[in-house]
Design a binder for this molecule. Structure first.
Ligand SMILES: NC(=O)c1ccc[n+]([C@@H]2O[C@H](COP(=O)([O-])OP(=O)(O)OC[C@H]3O[C@@H](n4cnc5c(N)ncnc54)[C@H](OP(=O)(O)O)[C@@H]3O)[C@@H](O)[C@H]2O)c1
Length: 251
């Protein structure tokens, strides 16, 4: 049987943030199944360990870190080694009608959804630990990016992801000189803890799901497989792109 597989991550080391839960956890596991060696990070050491135990293969590394804490980010950067891939997945949701969008709430959301991925990438680039032909993937959202779905109360979250989308494109242009590709994925609603802590009921979720042409919310694997593609050599001519993965909800 042929071993030809342009989507393979064999021989690549990939750092995945937000790997203690949801999309980040599944992405780390799928990357390991595709032959990659992963460095996983999250805040909750027990849940990070659960992810670690599900990884396939050897030599993976786990680092507990709060990405809004500068010292933790320093330790993470120091323990990565040379990276072929970086998945910036850690993030939080926040529902707040516009009149209650205080600066404190914006600071909390922007700290982890926008500043932390941008700062982590900046430090890794400055330290020159992202390999030539490396691939960076920002996890944004359809909830605020161009062509996305602008739902009521999602302004702070949507704005943080729109800022991330914009910086992704600037970084893609500037890092192309080192042959580093920078892309994003924009998921629709995915079944993770993030959407379980919202303010809408199960009935409202079911009604919303019916508005999706494919009649379901995403599973973390739906997003992880798009990320694997962007990390792999199959996407070696793709940069500055946002891959919308949303069951058709923004058609
Ligand atoms: N689920 C969706 O419908 C959806 C849709 C579009 C985009 N997204 C995006 O997908 C990404 C992952 O979300 P998810 O749905 O997988 O949510 P999740 O299951 O709640 O996972 C969020 C992850 O982010 C980590 N995190 C949060 N704050 C952190 C901090 N200060 N420092 C370090 N890590 C931190 C969490 O770590 P700990 O748990 O260890 O604290 C966890 O691993 C987010 O960026 C989210 O905006 C999700």
């Amino acid at each position: 049987m042929s071993s030809y597989n342009p989507f393979s991550l064999s021989g690549k080391t990939i750092l995945v943030t937000g790997a203690s839960s949801g999309i980040g956890r599944t992405t780390a596991i799928e990357c390991s199944k595709m032959g990659g060696r992963v460095v996983i990070t999250g805040r909750d050491s027990n849940r990070l360990q659960e992810t670690y135990q599900e990884l396939v293969g050897v030599d993976h590394v786990q680092v507990v870190a709060d990405l809004t804490d500068s010292k933790d980010v320093d330790s993470l950067v120091d323990s990565c080694g040379i990276l072929d891939g970086l998945v910036l997945c850690a993030g939080i949701g926040k529902i707040s009608p516009f009149q209650f969008c205080t600066q404190d709430k914006m600071n909390d959301v922007f700290a982890i959804n926008y500043f932390s991925p941008v700062e982590l990438l900046r430090r890794l680039v400055k330290k020159k630990v992202i390999a030539k032909c490396g691939s960076v993937v920002f996890v944004a959202s359809i909830g605020g990016c161009p062509g996305g779905k602008f739902t009521y109360g999602n302004g702070i979250y949507g704005a943080s992801k729109a800022a991330l989308w914009s910086m992704m494109r600037f970084a893609a242009k500037e890092l192309a000189i080192r042959k580093i590709r920078v892309n994003g994925v924009n998921p629709g609603m995915v079944e993770t803890n993030l959407i379980k802590h919202g303010i809408i009921t199960d009935e409202q979720h079911k009604a919303d799901m019916e508005t999706y042409p494919l009649k379901r919310y995403g599973q973390p694997e739906d997003i992880a497989h798009g990320i694997v593609y962007l990390l792999s050599d199959a996407a070696s001519w793709v940069t500055g792109h946002s891959l919308v993965i949303d069951g058709g909800c923004t058609i």
